[in-house]
Design a protein around this ligand. Structure first.
Ligand SMILES: Cc1ncc(COP(=O)(O)O)c(C=O)c1O
Length: 355
């Protein structure tokens, strides 16, 4: 049976929006566009014309980057849009549920609430490096579980989901749930992507983004990678002309080899800085624990997070503090060597004051 059976009944047979056709070297009188360019339009591709309904070249470039066929990839406005689309396609309000681990990226919860899907969270334990246990995830699932979200490396813990855990969940939920692996931070981990499993598991969806390793958060460009049938349904639901012309233009340029080499260098520097910063942080008496991280941030347990946040804010340094289970923790993004040095210096002053 096709995996599309898991989609909401109303959406299963939805056809994509039919846009006015775009043909080079023709007079375009079919889309109610302005025939003249705005004097503020300095882009290479004219903005008086709608963008391609789906950016074919960008899709091909991203598919090449992620090692999949273009038909298995949908370009989205960041991974955030992909999460929203998945929720809207697969979850019926008041009926279906999603399963996530906890703590994890809060956007899964956000879009579950927007869609009216029940949220089921499977606790992970800081004393066990927040490792995800396949059996706990599977126990939380039932017939109404349409999506299992696994974030690897996980935000905010930096933990990877081991391959055998993923395989166990994919196998058990085959034909029953979409299993989403959010790989927003995978480039900082040294681990391989789960995309190679897509031919074997039609319930697997992988999310990638240019916001982190490519330093393109402002461009809003992500990818959903999965079985063609899933990609086609998401495509039918996504807004027409979702990717703006300047974004397509600048991201295509970013994917040129030279910019990729720059980005790879910066990722390598972040990985080095992560180790250095972790070692520095562990020296402070008010830091009780720094978890190992496969991402571009560190989760740090401290004695008095409110005092730490205040001290850093006064020094012009912004950190992230969470509530609940992580109330004693702050998440620190790894910055440039200079920014990290500023942070360590500032924390040194806090240590002197406390000491
Ligand atoms: C785990 C995870 N997934 C997705 C995103 C969103 O990324 P994007 O900028 O592609 O929407 C974030 C952003 O911080 C994230 O931490």
């Amino acid at each position: 049976m096709s995996i599309t059976r898991l989609a909401r009944a109303a959406i299963r047979d939805l056809r994509p929006y039919e846009a006015a056709i775009q043909v080079d070297d023709t007079i375009r009188l079919n889309a109610n566009e302005a025939p003249w360019r705005n004097s503020a339009d300095h882009f290479h591709r004219p903005l008086n014309r709608y963008p391609e309904i789906r950016p074919a070249r960008l899709r091909a470039l991203l598919a090449e980057r992620y090692g999949c066929a273009p038909e298995n990839l949908l370009v989205t406005r960041g991974t955030s849009e992909a999460i929203d689309l998945l929720m809207r396609v697969f979850c019926t309000a008041g009926v279906d549920n999603i399963v996530t681990t906890f703590p994890t990226f809060s956007m899964y919860e956000h879009y579950a609430v927007v869609q009216g899907a029940e949220l089921r969270q499977v606790e992970t334990d800081g004393d066990n490096d927040f490792l995800v246990a396949a059996e706990s995830v599977l126990t939380a699932c039932d017939d109404g579980t349409k999506i299992v979200f696994l974030c690897s490396p996980n935000n905010p813990t930096g933990t990877l989901v081991p391959r055998d855990t993923l395989l166990r969940i994919l196998e058990d939920r085959k034909d029953r749930s979409i299993v989403v692996v959010d790989e927003a931070y995978i480039e900082f981990s040294g681990a391989g992507s789960a995309t190679d499993l897509i031919p074997s598991f039609e319930n697997l969806v992988v999310l990638r983004t240019l916001s982190k390793a490519l330093a393109f958060a402002g461009a809003r460009c992500g990818s959903v990678i999965g079985n063609k049938r899933i990609v086609d349904i998401l495509d039918a639901v996504q807004a027409p002309y979702a990717l703006a012309t300047p974004v397509v233009e600048c991201v295509e340029n970013a994917l040129a080899n030279e910019s990729l080499a720059d980005a790879e260098h910066c990722v390598a520097e972040t990985i080095n800085e992560r180790a250095r910063l972790r070692a520095e942080l562990e020296k402070f008496s008010f830091v009780s624990r720094v978890w190992p991280s496969a991402a571009n941030f560190l989760l740090v347990e401290v004695v008095d997070p409110a005092a730490l946040m205040l001290h850093c804010a006064k020094d012009g340094l912004l950190l992230r503090h969470f509530a609940g289970q992580l109330a004693n923790c702050v998440r620190i993004t790894v910055g440039t060597p200079e920014e990290n040095a500023r942070l360590v210096e500032s924390l040194g002053r806090l240590e002197d004051k406390d000491g």
